[in-house]
Design a protein around this ligand. Structure first.
Ligand code: ADP
Ligand code: MG
Length: 313
């Protein structure tokens, strides 16, 4: 099967149809008609075999992941997903593999109303690049640099759960344990798109947690030029033994949860907006005027964390 047959069979004419896509797959380029009343938000992420996913990862999980990680970036800006492009580098053209990949891809694309408008298909080492376009109302994007002294810092979901799943997979093989919740979370990260959009006008700063809490919390605060006092006492942990679970939450990766800052005056509104979210939301800290980040657990300084934090600063 050549590249054109693959595209025609598995990607052309599939997924959601959007009025703002004037020309999709099939020409030299796609044409969209952005609404002038919005700002466009654009992100690209590449995932490579061996670096970002394990060799032998089920194709359906890969189709999901390549879009999920990009949707997570849109989520972290508070943006609404619109269109995406998919660049596939495949060692060989195996229709069965591509079919399953496309199934995983369109399942999540459809769920978030995102249209596939083009891409590229080449022969090479297994790698997938996705570019996503989203939109926000003017001035409504939520950036990393907006945190204010006194803001509460929150995180969605169970940071460390995906890293726990990766650990299970590396120990027992990529096809094993598909039903285990941590493995499921690692293979099928859930971008918090609706949650991110709901934080528009409420959160002052936001980032998606893809490299562990320590790395990503410090990125957000560095962008904002502030520090924080963190207390992880209430953080839900992956059920893999407490010490280990904390370490995974702090330094694991692949969570694709959202970490965001909300001023105390917006706390009541936040409480209302999170009532229909499918994930937990936990306050894990408060923004401070200094540029230090100190980590506590139940009021006790967390020394191991402090030394690890320096590693990233
Ligand atoms: P070009 O020769 O301009 O690079 P291609 O032959 O690579 O165009 O692709 C033909 C059409 O198929 C284009 O519209 C392109 O956007 C689309 N396309 C190629 N690969 C993919 C893919 N993996 N997913 C979606 N669309 C694709
Ligand atoms: Mg091409």
């Amino acid at each position: 099967m050549d590249e054109f047959a693959l595209i025609e069979q598995f990607f052309t004419g599939r997924g959601v149809c959007r009025d703002d896509v004037l020309l999709g797959i099939g020409d030299d380029a796609a044409i969209t008609c952005p609404d002038n009343n919005f700002e466009l938000v654009i992100a690209t992420d590449t995932i490579c075999e061996g670096t970002h996913f394990l060799p032998g990862t089920p194709p359906q999980a890969l189709g999901h992941r390549c879009l999920a990680v990009n949707l997570s970036d849109l989520a972290a800006m508070g943006a609404e997903p619109l269109w995406c492009a998919l660049a596939l580098s495949l060692p060989k053209a195996e229709p069965d593999w591509v079919r399953q990949f496309a199934d995983g891809f369109f399942a999540i694309a459809d769920r978030f109303g995102m249209a596939l408008i083009g891409g590229d298909t080449v022969c090479g080492p297994l790698a997938v690049t996705v570019t996503v376009h989203g939109r926000v109302k003017p001035g409504q994007s939520i950036r990393r640099n907006g945190a204010q002294e006194g803001d509460s810092i929150y995180v969605t979901g169970v940071p460390g759960l995906a890293a726990a799943g990766l650990r299970v997979l590396t120990a027992s093989g990529v096809t094993a344990k598909a039903g285990v919740p941590s493995v499921q979370r690692f293979l099928y990260p859930e971008p918090r798109v609706l949650e991110g959009r709901a934080l528009s006008g409420l959160a002052t700063a936001m980032i998606d947690v893809s490299d562990g809490l320590i790395a990503d919390v410090s990125r957000l605060l560095e962008a904002s030029g502030l520090g924080a006092e963190m207390d992880l006492a209430s953080l839900p942990l992956a059920a893999v033994g407490t010490d280990d679970a904390l370490e995974l939450a702090l330094n694991g990766g692949d969570d694709y949860e959202l970490c965001f800052c909300v001023p105390p005056g917006n706390a009541a509104e936040l409480k209302l907006r999170i009532t229909d979210w499918s994930c937990p939301v936990t306050q894990i800290g408060t923004v401070q005027p200094s540029d230090d980040i100190v980590w506590f657990i139940d009021g006790q300084p967390c020394n191991t964390v402090a030394s690890q934090f320096k590693h990233f600063s």
